[in-house]
Design a binder for this molecule. Structure first.
Ligand SMILES: Nc1ncnc2c1ncn2[C@@H]1O[C@H](COP(=O)(O)OP(=O)(O)O)[C@@H](O)[C@H]1O
Ligand SMILES: N[C@@H](CC(=O)OP(=O)(O)O)C(=O)O
Length: 476
């Protein structure tokens, strides 16, 4: 039996440490194999290739799609090339391995560059529309991030004597795309996992278009499909930290507690806030085939990590995680014509969706609706203008806000809402809006952007640090 293991981008950026922990360490010949690794692009690379996942800052793709002049996206692509070659240098120094790594990625970038230039030229003629081809460009760009990290990993592992094999699912030289499942089946047809260590690109080129269907976080779709298709004994996601009661980067590693068990419901709430414990759609296949999912700290391989299952529910009610999402826009639409009019509720989300603005949450009263959205200022400003055009009597206001959220598989703690609000008030943080739904898995407080980190610390202190959970909440 084998496992399928995904390595996230933040962890891939510490590759030499991974060689000593999860990839090789002190494993004997036998323990090395029966593991399939799916790798993400190094941290920050996909942001440069497409757009920043959290802030929306444009990368190569966004500049190309916004039809700025050629030099705008060309320069951005040059930056990616420089960064990728720097990474190769850090990994391989001045060796033959580096030459091979450089040649591989330089060729890929040159190919994409040529295609994009030709496309831009072609679309200067009115008969050809750039919009018709954008998704293909997005996919090609994304795919080079994962091809880079996977190819480098194979070079490093082979040098260390491991029989690693590159499974490039990015479909570079493929003529016809195959359906997603077939692509995976075909790629694994002649792989002997007991003697080879497959290093698989997180991007899969397929008929459905992985990017079109799942967008960012797509490497988890590749990961879960491989786990279900190959009948893995366990699916493991390796991350930079243990899944913890809050972001260790904000609260401090010494204060956070590792989560031993949680469920997919909690994982969905985390995804919505941009902290992807697991892509919600990736979880589905694993759940259906009852493959256990484990999230582990890539740098503490002996720790059991977090097991995510469908039916786990904490025996005692408690807050398990303080998560949050900074850099959101509150788009407040006030209109006295709104009362009793369903069309606002139908048309506003459609408009935001068309502009690719992600709605994290919304609230409303008799004559106003506020959407809390993630996206670039440019797109949000465009939304304000379009809403004004569509609803002439509406007044639209923008605020920069953050969401801080307390989440738990069983949150029915008496007085929890009052404790949450007073923890924020005691820290001098003003609560702009508050959400709790009847299911009681999550409580969200909207605060000013500047208060984000102090709000996370205040809630962690009040709702988690006081509970004395020890090192792990419910060890797996
Ligand atoms: N509750 C949490 N537990 C662990 N890490 C968290 C948590 N919340 C936020 N983080 C942050 O998430 C980062 C990893 O982000 P993510 O995009 O999921 O990584 P990856 O590149 O591994 O997919 C970590 O660097 C950490 O600072
Ligand atoms: N690198 C891609 C795919 C991915 O899933 O990355 P990560 O595993 O680092 O979240 C992205 O940022 O969307």
């Amino acid at each position: 039996m084998h496992t399928v293991e995904k390595i996230g981008g933040t962890s891939m950026s510490r590759f030499s440490e991974l060689m000593d922990t999860i990839l090789i360490g002190d494993r004997t010949e036998e323990d090395l194999y029966n593991r399939i690794f799916v790798v993400s692009a190094y941290g920050g690379i996909t942001n440069l290739l497409l757009e920043h996942k959290k802030t929306g800052e444009p990368g190569v793709y966004a500049r190309f799609a916004n039809a700025e002049n050629e030099s705008a996206w060309g320069e951005a692509l040059d930056d990616v090339r420089t960064r990728m070659l720097e990474i190769n240098h850090e990994l391989f120094g001045d060796t033959a391995e580096r030459e091979s790594a450089d040649a591989f990625i330089t060729q890929r970038i040159a190919d994409v560059e040529a295609i994009m230039s030709n496309l831009q030229e072609l679309c200067s003629y009115g008969h050809f529309q750039l919009d018709d081809h954008l998704m293909k460009v997005r996919e090609m760009l994304a795919a080079i991030g994962e091809a880079h990290s996977a190819n480098n990993s194979v070079i490093a592992l082979r040098k260390a004597g491991v029989n690693a094999r590159l499974l490039d699912l990015s479909g570079w030289d493929q003529e016809e795309p195959l359906p997603f499942e077939e692509m995976i089946e075909q790629s694994f047809a002649d792989v002997d996992v007991s003697k080879e260590m497959p290093i698989v690109t997180g991007y899969t080129h397929c008929k459905e278009g992985l990017m079109k269907t799942f967008d960012r976080g797509y490497s988890e779709m590749t990961f879960s499909k491989i786990a279900t298709k190959t009948g893995a004994a366990e699916a493991i996601i390796h991350k930079e930290f243990h899944l913890s009661t809050a972001d260790p980067g904000i609260v401090g590693l010494e204060k956070v507690v590792t989560i031993g068990r949680t469920n997919y419901d909690v994982a969905d709430q985390l995804s919505n806030l941009g902290m992807e414990a697991i892509h919600p759609k990736a979880a589905k296949g694993l759940r259906q085939q009852q493959i256990e999912l484990r999230i582990k700290n890539a740098f503490e391989p002996d720790h059991a990590g977090t097991v995510i299952s469908t039916d786990y529910c904490s025996e005692t009610p408690c807050v398990e995680i303080i998560a949050g999402r900074p850099n959101l826009f509150a788009l407040e639409i006030f209109d006295q014509e709104m009362l009793g009019e369903a069309r606002y509720d139908i048309e506003l989300p459609r408009l935001l969706n068309e502009l690719r603005l992600y709605v994290v949450n919304r609230d409303s009263d008799a004559n106003s609706i506020t959407y809390f959205v993630a996206g670039t200022r440019k797109m949000v400003t465009r939304a304000v203008r379009l809403i004004g055009e569509k609803f002439a009597s509406a007044e639209v206001e923008l605020h920069k806000v953050a969401i801080v959220s307390a989440i738990g598989s069983n949150l029915k703690v008496p007085g929890i809402l009052a404790r949450t609000v007073s923890a924020l008030a005691d820290s001098g943080i003003s609560v702009q809006a508050l959400h709790q739904s009847m299911r009681q898995v999550e409580m969200q407080c909207i605060v000013n952007q500047d208060d984000y980190e102090s709000a996370v610390r205040a809630l962690h202190h009040a709702l988690i640090e006081q509970e004395d959970h020890g090192d792990v909440i419910c060890a797996a």
